[in-house]
Design a binder for this molecule. Structure first.
Ligand code: PBG
Length: 382
């Protein structure tokens, strides 16, 4: 047999006649829910016989799943997974200044915004029903040091942004990132000593960072650092300061992923040396994700997260089945960039990819999705 998909070589017998269709089925076939039937080979159908269906198929399926797909209305009735802005979180990158919008090279359509513009963006998100924003500060080198001191500055960029958001757009839940990397001169999520990321020395820094964010008005703090014991340390610190109602969204199963590339460009936060593999998870592991998630729940996490999302849908499902707390998944910068890149090339349809990818993350079991498409999706849903 000859197989060729180019226009020149057409396999003999497949399109032999003028209007022959490919050979699909031949002989006697039995189907679940149908009478065994004889289907003639489409291959045998000459042009004149093609319409003589009675000669050809005596096959009448009783069960026809296609009935539930006949129209948009029926498809809507039976749809299992809803996409709704109620479950979406829009990540926002913020920079110093006012009236500033600088697009991120590798994320067409996503910018770094000054606080005033971030507030405008959050208002637009609110007007379209987006539930929450996640704030990530992009700091210049001068604000970075080995211990991320700027992270607890009550007048820091993050704190000013959070309080502006809570003042001007109080309906939108504000989620803050707890990790040292945007503030660290080493570009790591923990304290670096002799090239090693030191777990326990990092915990008080993270706890103080979370308290500072809560003081600024954060509704939910989201530790993304992957240090052991940080959820417990943060919960204790928040409670000690009276922030018992501030929630913790734990980045529980955060993989050491190449998909974070565009984010690190946006924040200029790539590690100066080494990688994050001693704290972020090995992409090969799923059982380990369950271990991380259960630990975080035991330490007081109110929600857990899997990140990235699209390449880890099996992990999302397993986590959903293993715990009772809400599960979030983060469609990260690289997933966004890939979709935008193929869309810009005209190779695939961007808007469809956007909703299909996020629907799939929800179907896999995510209650909440962080996505740079949150506003676009919300607009499409209205
Ligand atoms: C920082 C942090 C990262 C992301 C969220 N918080 C990057 C990293 O760990 O290097 C990635 C988000 C994205 O890629 O969209 N701790």
């Amino acid at each position: 047999m000859e197989l060729s998909f180019g226009p020149r070589r057409i396999p003999a017998g497949v399109l032999g006649g003028r209007r022959r269709l490919p050979t699909l089925v031949a002989g006697s076939v039995g189907f679940l829910g149908t009478q065994p039937a004889t289907l003639c080979s489409i291959h045998e159908m000459s042009e004149s016989r093609v319409i003589e269906a009675s000669q050809c198929a005596t096959h009448n399926p009783v069960i026809r799943p296609r009935r539930n797909r006949v129209s948009p209305a029926v498809r809507g009735l039976v749809r299992e997974t809803e996409l709704s802005a109620d479950h979406l979180i829009l990540p926002i990158f913020v920079v110093e200044g006012s009236g500033v919008e600088v697009e991120v090279n590798s994320m067409p359509g996503v910018s770094r915004w000054s606080v005033d513009r971030a507030v405008e963006l959050a208002k637009e998100a609110r007007d379209h029903g987006v539930a929450a924003v996640a704030v990530f500060p992009a700091l210049t080198e001068g604000f970075k040091d080995p211990f991320a001191k700027e992270a607890t500055n009550p007048n820091g960029l993050m704190q000013r942004c959070v309080s502006a958001l809570k003042k001007d757009v109080p309906e939108v839940a504000v989620i803050t990132d707890v990790a040292m990397d945007p503030y660290s001169s080493d570009g790591h999520d923990g304290v670096v000593v002799d090239g090693e990321i030191v777990n326990d020395a990092t915990l008080p820094i993270l706890a103080a960072m979370a308290v500072s964010q809560a003081q600024a008005g954060a509704d939910i703090v989201a530790p993304s650092d992957m240090m052991d014991g940080r959820v417990g340390a943060i919960r204790a610190a928040l409670d000690a300061e009276g922030f018992t109602s501030v929630g913790i969204l734990a980045y529980s199963a955060k993989y050491a992923s190449a998909y974070y590339g565009p984010f690190r460009e946006a924040l200029d936060s790539a590690p100066k040396a080494g990688d994050k593999k001693t704290y972020q998870m090995d992409p090969a592991n799923a059982r380990e994700a369950l271990r991380e998630v259960k630990l975080d729940v035991a330490e007081g996490a109110d929600m857990v997260m899997i990140k990235p999302a699209g390449p880890y849908l099996d992990v999302v499902r397993q986590v959903r089945d293993a715990v009772d707390v809400p599960v979030a998944a983060y469609q990260v910068s690289g997933e966004y960039a890939m979709i935008q890149a193929v869309a810009q090339n005209g190779w695939m349809d961007g808007p469809s990819l956007m909703t299909e990818s996020v629907t799939s993350i929800r179907r896999a079991g995510a209650d909440v999705v962080l996505t740079y498409f949150a506003l676009e999706i919300a607009k499409q849903l209205r």
